[in-house]
Write a protein that binds this ligand. Structure first.
Ligand code: FEO
Length: 173
C-alpha cells in the first residue's frame, strides 16, 4: 500500500508522462510538415516511449493498491522556428522531467517508501539517457547549422531508431 502523498505524486507523474507523449507527437507532426521523415519517426518513437512511461507509473499505482486519477492533458506547442529550436525544447523538457523524477524520489524518501524508491531508480537511469540523446542530436544539428545536406544525413540516421517497449517483460528493470 502506498501513502496518499505518494499516490498523488505518482498520479501527477502519469499526467506529466502523457503530456510528454503528446508534446513529442506534436513535434512529430511538425517534422512531417517539414518533410523530414526520419525526425518525424524519431519523435513518433519518443511518443510511444513516453506513453509507456505513463503506463508504467499507472500500473505501478494499481499494483501498490493505490487509486489512479487521470487528469486532463495540457495542449502542447504546435510550431517551432527550426529543428534546432525543437531539440532545444526537447532537452529543456527532459531536464524538467528529470527534476520531476527527483521530486518523486524526495517524496519516496520522506514517506520511507523503499519500494517506490527502488522503482524510481529505473526512471532516473532513463532520464540520463533521455537527456544524453537530446543533447547529442541538438549538438549535431548545431554542427550542420540545422540545414542542408547535413540535416538530410541526420534525418536518414534518425530514421533507423527502433522502439524498445519498456512495458514488455524485462523492459523496465
Ligand atoms: Fe518519460 Fe522523457 O521522460
Amino acid at each position: 500500500m502506498i501513502t496518499t502523498k505518494m499516490e498523488e505524486a505518482l498520479n501527477e507523474q502519469v499526467n506529466a508522462e502523457f503530456y510528454s507523449s503528446y508534446l513529442y507527437l506534436s513535434m512529430s507532426a511538425y517534422f512531417v510538415r517539414k518533410n523530414l521523415p526520419g525526425f518525424a519517426h524519431w519523435m513518433f518513437i519518443q511518443t510511444q516511449e513516453e506513453a509507456a512511461h505513463a503506463l508504467l507509473f499507472f500500473n505501478y499505482v494499481n499494483e501498490r493498491g493505490g487509486n489512479t486519477n487521470l487528469s486532463a492533458i495540457a495542449q502542447p506547442n504546435a510550431d517551432w522556428e527550426s529543428p534546432i529550436h525543437v531539440f532545444e525544447a526537447v532537452l529543456a523538457h527532459e531536464q524538467m522531467v528529470t527534476g520531476l523524477i527527483n521530486n518523486l524520489m524526495d517524496v519516496a524518501i520522506q514517506e520511507k517508501d523503499h519500494t517506490t524508491n527502488n522503482r524510481l531508480q529505473w526512471f532516473l537511469k532513463e532520464q540520463v539517457e533521455e537527456e544524453a540523446n537530446a543533447t547529442a542530436i541538438l549538438e549535431q544539428l548545431k554542427i550542420v547549422e540545422g540545414k542542408g545536406q547535413g540535416l538530410l544525413l541526420l534525418d536518414r540516421e534518425l530514421q533507423l531508431r527502433v522502439f524498445v517497449n519498456p512495458l514488455l517483460p524485462g523492459g523496465a528493470v
